[in-house]
Design a protein. Structure first.
Ligand code: NI
Length: 385
């Protein structure tokens, strides 16, 4: 039997799992029940596992022969979104929803575990299953790595279901795929006073506004236009009422790019614009810059291997536009070679046409079979090559 044929046998089982996970979504860092459910499934299969980072799970399937170790990763957290779908497996946890499809990732990896468990006598090496918490807050991957998830690992493979890709197609393209995602907070300090006497104060509303405007010159005037990048100020709050000069302003924002060198330059560029703009207006401003996730860069060799795996399971390999969103799978790719596959789940006939994070988000469950098969096929191909 081929891996796809074995995955087909487990398909209904995997759909059932996905619906169960969908019913009980949990917030990042709080995936206790989800983690228990995963453990239960692994126990049923007789696969050894351990809990790390509170709600993360690391499990291993050892092949008959020794060899390399390949890691397969699925993230398990949900989002603060109230589900609007009216299906029988609708979210039962008010205000939370698997609106990014991580319920699919968990069940596809469990499906792959079933397949790999059946064929372990044909594997040269070890498959490590990583069930990772807190992807949506960009903390989980770092926590899992600190807990030793990558120790002894030669390569890693991850997946994300993707609403822009038709079910049946998958992207495993090489190179930068998803952007770095960092965040910043700016504190502006001016001097309060009466709105009728601006000269006696230092207006934090004006300074904050000028900072927003000047930050836009970084991407438009300072970076190479052939290098996609974003600097967005998402919130600005300053002032308390109409006739008072604001003494303080707070801005928050995010940066995105596909080039690690630009990412490294962002803090310095932002700091200069923020501080110099403030001093132009006699104010002070402090930038706090924190790193979220790196750029997801798919390794060429692993991408080629994944293309072969896709062909073996009968799915279509496609190339898509890069995505400005971030994925903390990048943290693993910074350490070991690997690929993040984007698995198509779109099917308008099944209402699976809403974007990631939408309250009506849903998937064509046929993709689950492709996902399970792809995880398993890639693991086998990586270990036996
Ligand atoms: Ni996601």
């Amino acid at each position: 039997m081929t891996i796809r044929e074995i995955a087909k046998e487990y398909h209904q089982n995997v759909i059932g799992l996905r619906r169960n996970f969908h019913k009980s979504p949990e917030a990042s860092l709080n995936e206790y029940n989800t983690s228990e459910m995963i453990k239960e499934e692994l126990n049923k299969l007789g696969i050894e596992c351990r809990t790390v980072a509170n709600t993360g799970i690391i499990a291993e399937i050892k092949g008959k022969n020794s060899g390399k170790t390949v890691a397969l990763r699925a993230d398990i957290d949900a989002l603060s979104v109230t589900e609007l779908n009216q299906c029988e497996f609708k979210s039962q946890n008010e205000g939370l929803m698997h609106a990014c499809g991580h319920d699919c990732h968990i069940s596809m990896l469990l499906g792959a575990a079933m397949v790999l468990n059946d064929i372990k006598d044909n594997l040269n090496g070890t498959v490590r299953l990583i069930f990772q918490p807190a992807e949506e807050v960009a903390k989980g991957a770092k926590m899992m790595i600190e807990a030793g998830a990558l120790e002894g690992v030669d390569g890693i493979f991850g997946m994300h279901v993707w609403s822009d890709i038709e079910c049946g197609s998958v992207s495993v393209q090489e190179g930068p795929l998803m952007a770095s995602s960092d965040l910043f907070t700016i504190k502006v300090t001016g001097k309060g006073g009466h709105g009728s006497a601006p000269h006696q104060g230092v207006d934090a509303v004006l300074v904050s506004s000028a900072i927003v405007m000047n930050l836009q010159s970084i991407v438009s005037r300072e970076l190479d236009p052939l290098q996609p990048a974003v600097v967005s100020v998402g919130s600005l709050s300053a002032g308390s009422r109409f006739n008072v000069i604001a003494s303080e302003g707070i801005l928050t924002g995010t940066t995105r790019c596909f080039n690690p060198e630009i990412r490294a330059k962002f803090p310095k560029m932002l700091k200069r614009v923020v501080e110099d703009t403030a001093s132009t207006f006699r104010a002070e401003a402090v930038l706090e810059y924190s790193h979220g996730t790196s750029v997801v860069i798919n390794n060429k060799e692993c991408s080629d291997l994944a293309k072969d795996s896709l062909q073996k399971i009968g799915a279509k390999s496609i190339v898509i536009e890069k995505i400005m969103g971030g994925e903390d799978f990048a943290e693993y790719l910074d350490k070991v070679p690997g690929v993040l596959a984007l698995v198509g789940v779109r099917n308008e006939d099944k209402n699976a046409c809403y974007p990631q994070h939408h309250p009506n988000y849903t998937v064509d469950e046929e993709a689950l079979e492709i996902g399970s098969a792809l995880y398993a096929q890639y693991a086998q191909d990586f270990l036996n090559k």
